[in-house]
Design a protein around this ligand. Structure first.
Ligand code: SF4
Length: 425
């Protein structure tokens, strides 16, 4: 059973007079458990829906849906599948109290992997989950592999019951499922020869593994530094070498580089990021793989549409990862608009300086920076620092920050989305 929370106008839901609070029970006699059941079982044009209206009345709808009519019902959020692992580097374990509520949930959910690209370890799958993945063809899945050697993987995940990931991937691949994979690099555990073997094994699975990413472990000031440590510059450099050698081979043999290091891996190694074209389709940009080049690409593509902002002063806030490369980006913007861009690189006052991504900067860091921004016309903040509800990681609402800010402040993904379109504005 799934509860409806909203119904869109001009949809099947509104035509059937389904209202928020209605419980959707089954489709064609099959019980509904979550959004996946709903989407897949109602994909046909004809189906029978059993629902219970908020007043308790059971209704059976015999539906023939015009092809282009959306179902239009918003469903309550599914109960997140909890993680069965205990990785030494778990970000959730390293969170201080008082942050956004949802952050404390250690999710490991194949449904979110399919829908949103969240990485899942596949260590908590029940037989029914495996059947669903195959039946609904949930592909591609985003899978945290970490190591293909089962013993080492169990050590990384701190889960003695973690199944053999290669066997799992093979079984799913036989059912037509494809994967984007990641290896979070824990120095002394799954780097060096273990990393090489893991990439070798994943590569050997063939084109069912669409991409692989190598990401250094990210610890915060609150993590258990006795259990895990950040890789050094040399260790990240060695991992970059491994990635590059596999990428060269894949390019020759398969016409794609296939494996990429995250931006952080290159930054810690002190090695220049690969060129934009090397990221190909930016398959794992949400995972911090190619984020900088992706941003530069978007800016370059949008440069021709930017307004004339001659004489304007615009403050740009970002984290230390992007801060190192931002001057290059801002030069392009200044040339395109005539504005003066003033960069402020913010250290993470919540998690400590080792956390460099702008996405994890708290609202309090921006609040402090805005107070000292000086006489600028506009301040731009990284849009990835807030969630879908407009809240920073420390639970401060963007609207709250905006109300306190002494200057006009906007969230921006790529500058073009936030710069005034009217030069007179
Ligand atoms: S898989 Fe590891 S890092 Fe991810 S939520 Fe579980 S314990 Fe944390």
């Amino acid at each position: 059973m799934i509860r409806v929370t909203a119904v869109a106008p001009d949809s099947l839901g509104s035509e059937l007079e389904i209202v928020p609070g209605t419980d959707l029970i089954s489709v064609n006699g099959r019980e509904l458990h979550d959004f996946l059941d709903w989407e897949f079982l109602t994909a046909d044009e004809q189906f029978v829906l059993l629902a219970q209206l908020p007043g308790g009345e059971m209704v059976e709808f015999d539906i023939e849906r015009p092809e282009d009519l959306p179902t239009g019902v918003k469903l309550e959020a599914p109960r997140i599948r909890r993680c069965a692992n205990h990785c030494d580097f778990c970000f959730v374990e390293g969170l201080p109290a008082g942050l956004r509520e949802g952050l404390y949930i250690r999710d490991d959910d194949y449904r979110l992997s399919f829908r949103y690209g969240n990485f899942a370890t596949l260590t908590n799958l029940k037989p029914a989950d495996v059947s669903r993945i195959l039946e609904y063809h949930l592909s591609p899945l985003y899978v945290s592999v970490h190591a293909t050697d089962p013993v080492i993987r169990r050590r990384v995940l701190r889960n003695p019951r973690a199944p053999d990931i290669l066997a799992q991937l093979r079984d799913f691949a036989a059912g037509g499922i494809r994967f984007h994979t990641q290896i979070v690099l824990q120095p002394g555990v799954n780097d060096g020869p273990v990393l090489r073997q893991s990439l070798e094994d994943l590569y050997a699975l063939g084109d069912v593994v669409l991409s692989a990413a190598v990401v250094p472990v990210g610890l915060t000031a609150h993590s258990d530094h006795g259990a895990s440590r950040q890789p050094t510059r040399e260790e990240c450099g060695a991992a970059v070498d491994t990635v590059r050698s596999f990428a060269r081979r894949a390019l020759v043999e398969r016409g794609t580089r296939w494996v990429h290091g995250s931006d952080e891996l290159y930054l810690v190694a002190g090695i220049e990021l690969p060129g934009t074209e090397e990221y190909e389709d930016f398959d794992q940009v949400e995972n911090g793989v190619g984020s900088v080049r992706f941003l530069q690409k978007r800016i370059d593509e949008g440069a021709g549409t930017l307004p004339d902002l001659s004489g304007r002063r615009i403050a740009v806030f970002t984290g230390t990862a992007m801060g190192r490369l931002m001057p290059e980006v801002l030069k392009t913007l200044a040339t395109a608009t005539g504005a003066r861009f003033e960069l402020s690189v913010l250290e993470n006052n919540l998690f400590g300086p080792s956390v460099t991504t702008a996405a994890l900067l708290p609202g309090s860091a921006f609040q402090r920076a805005l107070a000292g921004a000086g006489p600028v016309d506009l301040a731009l903040l990284p849009a990835e620092a807030v969630n879908d509800d407009g809240r920073f990681i420390d639970d401060m609402a963007f609207a709250e920050l905006e109300a306190m800010s002494p200057v006009d402040v906007r969230l921006s993904h790529d500058f073009a989305d936030a710069l005034p379109l009217d030069p007179g504005e």
